[in-house]
Design a protein around this ligand. Structure first.
Ligand SMILES: Nc1ncnc2c1ncn2[C@@H]1O[C@H](COP(=O)(O)OP(=O)(O)OP(=O)(O)O)[C@@H](O)[C@H]1O
Length: 412
């Protein structure tokens, strides 16, 4: 009897231990599964907000790969490329699979091509830019980044490869790099006609014609559209300004310096805010959140610059606000026009361009248009032009197609 009791107690204990171990194992399995899921979701969200540090001048001048790859502005699926316009690679999702095709230059090679780094094109916040002529005769521009010991060669190369995958006719394409003996250089296509800022403000040059200004605006919007909607993952430029728009030999405008954004400095003050004074989205300063709509804001400033011929860093927006206060209805935009273009500009196109600019600089980012819509509006102005010269009567006014809405100008 005693033996029976011992046996059944033993069985009960055995079963209890078994069940206990089972429960423990199950709990472990559930915990492992949860941890795995968490890790995966963390990795996914990390890649959404990827920041590539190209650290120059001792400052974290980040390459911000958009934090909205899965956000509202990002293609929901790579297949969405089929909805893109053809020039953006619509139909085929091929641009992100193009291998970098980036050349690694030796320091010696670049030293020779730049006549021992004496052929200076200009000086930017990241360092000097040199003109380089290859033995084959191909001309390039070499941007020597101020050396930062914190960034290793491999890290730099990884970032360069990512930037090198971005190719578009409205971007200044990256051709190669040099990472040797502490030197960090980026090699770009040479842009024969210099920067838009130089073309707009150089006194000795002929003023840019109105038609060319509209075409340049369209080119720039397409370059940004590629960065926002075509690149995978999307890229936010963070420093759209006329000095970062370069023109090639056929006067096609190309967006430069994507992937390099520097801190705003006013005099000797460095603010921690990235971008350039005069172009920075006030909402970004207030919230410290940079989105595609912040690039749209800077693009709006650039449009006003093209219209007025006035420098964004010398009270451009005060001037625009004043002119708009005087303005009665859309015709009021006339007051904004670069005086050098008086009588040489289509008034309707001016109204349409100013309205687009006005929508881009709205205070509330959600109310600003997406760059792809801006690009479409600008291309409508350009497409319409040859016809307007021949058969004006058949055309709808531009405002009909561009959903002009100036209503909230005073608010934003
Ligand atoms: N690919 C290029 N082809 C021809 N000229 C270039 C090229 N890249 C830069 N430059 C010229 O070199 C000069 C310096 O350019 P960089 O981009 O370094 O500075 P930035 O854009 O003028 O100023 P910041 O660095 O403050 O944004 C400019 O005058 C620019 O026109």
């Amino acid at each position: 009897m005693g033996g029976h009791v011992d046996l059944s107690v033993g069985v009960i204990i055995g079963i209890s231990i078994g069940v206990g171990i089972g429960v423990l194992l199950a709990a472990c399995l559930v915990a492992c599964a949860r941890a795995h899921k968490k890790r995966i979701s963390r990795e996914t969200s990390d890649s959404r907000g990827m920041v590539l540090p190209i650290r120059v001048n001792g400052v974290d001048s980040s390459v911000m790969l958009s934090d909205s790859i899965n956000g509202p502005n990002a293609p929901a699926h790579p297949k969405e490329s089929s909805k893109r316009p053809l020039w953006l690679g619509g139909g085929e999702n091929h641009f992100h699979s193009v291998s970098s095709g980036i050349t690694k230059f030796s320091y010696k090679e670049l030293q020779k091509a730049t006549s021992n780094f004496t052929a200076i094109l200009g000086q930017g916040a990241f360092g000097p830019v040199y003109k380089a002529i290859q033995p084959s005769g191909v001309v390039l521009a070499v941007k020597a980044l101020a050396v930062n010991s914190k960034q290793g060669e491999k890290e730099f190369e990884t970032e360069v490869m990512l930037l090198g995958r971005l190719h578009h006719r409205n971007l200044v394409n990256l051709r190669g790099y040099c990472a040797e003996r502490g030197h960090r250089m980026l090699v770009y296509d040479f842009m024969r006609n210099g920067s838009l800022a130089d073309l707009l403000y150089a006194q000795q040059k002929e003023p840019l014609e109105w038609e060319l200004r509209v075409r340049i605006a369209q080119d720039i919007s397409r370059g940004i559209e590629y960065l926002h909607d075509g690149a995978i993952p999307p890229v936010i430029h963070r420093d759209i300004k006329s000095a970062n728009i370069l023109l090639d030999e056929s006067m096609t405008a190309r967006v430069a310096d994507f992937g390099l954004s520097k801190e705003v400095s006013v005099g000797y003050l460095v603010s921690g805010v990235k971008g350039t004074y005069g172009y920075v989205d006030p909402e970004y300063i207030a919230t410290n959140t940079y989105t595609e709509k912040s690039d749209v804001y800077s693009f709006g400033i650039l449009l006003f610059e093209l219209i007025t011929g006035r420098n964004a860093q010398q009270g451009l927006m005060d001037y625009v606000h004043l002119a708009s206060m005087d303005a009665e209805g859309k015709d009021g935009w006339d007051a904004l026009l670069d005086p050098r273009l008086d009588g040489k500009c289509n008034q309707e196109e001016l109204g349409a361009m100013a309205s687009i600019a006005n929508r881009c600089v709205r205070k509330i980012p959600a109310k600003r248009p997406r760059i792809r819509d801006v690009a479409q509006s600008l291309s409508r102005i350009n497409r319409r032009r040859p016809a307007s010269k021949t058969n004006k009567q058949d055309l709808a006014p531009i405002s009909d197609v561009d959903e002009v809405d100036d209503s909230d100008y005073s608010k934003g």
